[in-house]
Design a binder for this molecule. Structure first.
Ligand SMILES: Nc1ncnc2c1ncn2[C@@H]1O[C@H](COP(=O)(O)OP(=O)(O)OP(=O)(O)O)[C@@H](O)[C@H]1O
Ligand SMILES: [Mg+2]
Length: 261
């Protein structure tokens, strides 16, 4: 069997505040196989975002990876220098956040923000980059790319902004996208469309996706495998079908009951 694209082993993240260190992520193990969607599901505060940010070494001040391994494409990310980490971000691993208005820069038009990724991670010249921006926008389903590329984030709808962020995420040609609640800020119809877009891109670009969500319904529709997280620990993991049809942990049962309403 091929090794997983991403493998977390014994990952522990702590926060130091008033003297004592608190454990936010507690010795978790998680594999993301190549060309698959792996969901990390759990309630608010369970530590999902912290796991995603650890992988890209983007933890906020005060939080640190205390121990464990983060192996991406057989490279130990824990020990690579900051320079290598900057190369990996956007080029090999991208992140899509819940709230595009926070992730996009309000003072630059969105085309420019996609171009930044192309400038950092490809050898395309200026004209080729302009062409590529339009192709990327088309690929993520944005209408009238040349007009939209000249727009500022606040001039676009929430769904369009989310598509811009996805265009930015795929611009460097990554192998893994970490999508942290990528549709929580959208209404239900738009959520479904964005999920369809992720499924399409996964096939077209042969991507792997680590899908962070609290929505078990989305897991059922999207993910090949799932890990259930609670209070910093992974309490259950396996193929989506197995976990949803025969949950072993009471917490997974609770989540499933909540999903069925
Ligand atoms: N900067 C920080 N300083 C201190 N504690 C933090 C910080 N960021 C997160 N935490 C704590 O870490 C825990 C996990 O937070 P995290 O944001 O990873 O949860 P989550 O599963 O993503 O939740 P949500 O579904 O609400 O996004 C929470 O208890 C949170 O209070
Ligand atoms: Mg979160």
């Amino acid at each position: 069997m091929n090794p997983p694209l991403l493998s977390l082993k014994n990952l522990t993240v702590t926060v130091s505040g008033t003297g004592r260190e608190k454990v936010l992520v507690d010795r978790i193990a998680l594999d993301v196989p190549a060309f698959s969607i792996t969901a990390l599901v759990g309630g608010s505060g369970s530590g999902k975002t912290t796991v995603g940010l650890s992988i890209l070494r983007l933890l906020p001040l005060g939080l640190r990876v205390k121990e464990g391994e983060i192996v991406f494409n057989q490279e130990q990310l824990f020990h690579v220098p900051p320079e290598r980490m900057r190369q990996l971000r956007g080029k090999e691993i991208s992140m899509v956040f819940q709230e595009p208005l926070q992730a996009l820069n309000p003072v630059f038009c969105v085309g420019y923000q996609i171009e930044e990724v192309l400038r950092c991670h490809t050898s395309l010249n200026r004209r080729q980059r302009q062409q590529r921006i339009l192709e990327l926008m088309d690929q993520v389903g944005l209408p009238d790319p040349s007009r939209i590329s000249r727009s500022y984030p606040h001039q676009l709808s929430g769904g369009m902004r989310q598509r811009v962020m996805i265009a930015q995420a795929i611009a460097g040609g990554p192998r893994l996208i970490i999508a942290d609640e990528p549709t929580s800020s959208l209404d239900v119809t738009l959520q479904a469309r964005i999920m369809e877009l992720f499924l399409k891109l996964k096939e077209e670009l042969r991507l792997s996706i680590l899908l962070i969500t609290h929505d078990l319904g989305m897991v059922a529709r999207m993910a090949d495998s799932v890990a259930v997280m609670r209070e910093g620990k992974i309490v259950e993991a396996g193929k989506t079908k197995d976990v949803l049809e025969g949950p072993q942990h009471p917490y997974t049962c609770q989540l499933r009951e909540a999903m069925e309403g």
